[in-house]
Structure formats: structure tokens, C-alpha cells
Design a binder for this molecule. Structure first.
Ligand SMILES: Cc1cc2nc3c(=O)[nH]c(=O)nc-3n(C[C@H](O)[C@H](O)[C@H](O)COP(=O)(O)O)c2cc1C
Length: 163
């Protein structure tokens, strides 16, 4: 623990761990995210905090759609192709094994337990280093049913993206 109490408290919060997938006419991308939450029942809105300078930000802004891929803890290895940015890993998508989701064409990584497809409703500049991408869930598929205790989160990875 550092002596930055705000940072330490933010790191005490549990976070999920997902692949955020994007598609525009001429590009598709996958990145890992943990700043994700449902924000409304009706309509079903999901908010994701996305760096406003990463490759995915440009793709989701142009394409207006995104997907969230959910993984089981047992399939931890399946999310690893989404790690790292396109700037440093220009062949990231060539190396990843994925198929297009039916409604939006966003990537679904091989080994995902479920995915949710969303249409972007708002991109909110919150004055920080991440914008909030808000999307309405328009389709989902569950390939392997599971509850939160079996779903991959940052806790099992032993990693932190908070503070
Ligand atoms: C554990 C972990 C969690 C992350 N969570 C987020 C997140 O919630 N939002 C975000 O914008 N970046 C997050 N990142 C960073 C992005 O995954 C990273 O910047 C990525 O390189 C962006 O890829 P791209 O440039 O191909 O879009 C996280 C990284 C790690 C390792």
C-alpha cells in the first residue's frame, strides 16, 4: 500500500475484466477493460470508461457500436490476445482468433463465455483521461452459462487498473 489513501481505497473496489470490441467500416479492434457497468434497466444502458487516446476510441467513435466479451476464470488464457495496444502490437487482430457478432459485426473472441452487443448512444467527455462510452445493449449470446463467482475478474488476475 502507498500513502495515497484515495488510490488505495479505489484499489479496494472489485472490478470485472472484459474484452471491449469495436468495429468500423475498415477496422476492428479488441482491448481489455475493467471500468464497465450497467447504468439503466430501461433502456439497458452500459457505460465503459475508455482512454480517449487509444486505438479503440477512434474505432468506436467512427463505428458507433461495441461489444463486451465475458470470460470464465477457467478460460483466463482466452482474453490474453486482447492485451496490449495496437500502437505497440499492430498485428494484434491478425493474431487473435475471433468471429463477427451477428448484429453489429464487432469481434467475439474465441473462448468467450458470453458477449453483449451495444449501439453507442452517447460519448461523454467527462474532463478526464477517459471518456464514458454509453451503449444500449441490443443483442447477447451466452455460450457457457455461469454466475459471477466463476466469471473472470481483476481479482483472479491479480492486476489493478484503478487509483
Ligand atoms: C488490467 C487492465 C485493465 C484495463 N482497463 C481499462 C479500462 O477500463 N479502460 C481503458 O480505457 N483502458 C483500460 N486498460 C488499458 C487498455 O487495455 C490499453 O491501453 C490498451 O493498450 C488499449 O488498446 P488499443 O490502443 O488497441 O485500443 C486496461 C489495461 C489493463 C492491463
Amino acid at each position: 500500500m502507498s500513502d495515497d489513501t484515495i488510490s488505495n481505497a479505489l484499489k479496494m473496489m472489485p472490478y470485472g475484466f472484459y474484452a471491449f470490441t469495436t468495429k468500423s467500416d475498415d477496422d476492428a479492434n479488441i482491448m481489455v477493460v475493467n471500468w464497465v457497468s450497467q447504468m439503466s434497466f430501461s433502456p439497458r444502458l452500459i457505460a465503459v470508461g475508455i482512454q480517449n487516446y487509444c486505438h479503440s476510441y477512434g474505432v468506436v467513435s467512427a463505428g458507433g457500436v461495441f461489444g463486451l466479451n465475458i470470460f470464465l476464470q477457467a478460460d483466463e488464457a482466452a482474453i490474453k490476445p486482447a492485451l496490449g495496444g495496437r500502437a505497440k502490437r499492430p498485428d494484434k487482430m491478425k493474431e487473435a482468433d475471433y468471429t463477427p457478432a451477428p448484429e453489429t459485426g464487432v469481434p467475439v473472441l474465441a473462448g468467450a463465455a458470453a458477449y453483449i452487443e451495444c449501439k453507442v448512444t452517447q460519448i461523454v467527455d467527462i474532463g478526464g483521461d477517459h471518456d464514458i462510452i454509453v451503449g444500449e445493449a441490443i443483442n447477447a449470446e451466452i455460450m457457457q452459462e455461469a454466475g459471477p463467482p466463476d466469471v473472470l475478474s481483476l481479482t483472479e488476475m491479480g492486476w489493478s487498473y484503478a487509483g
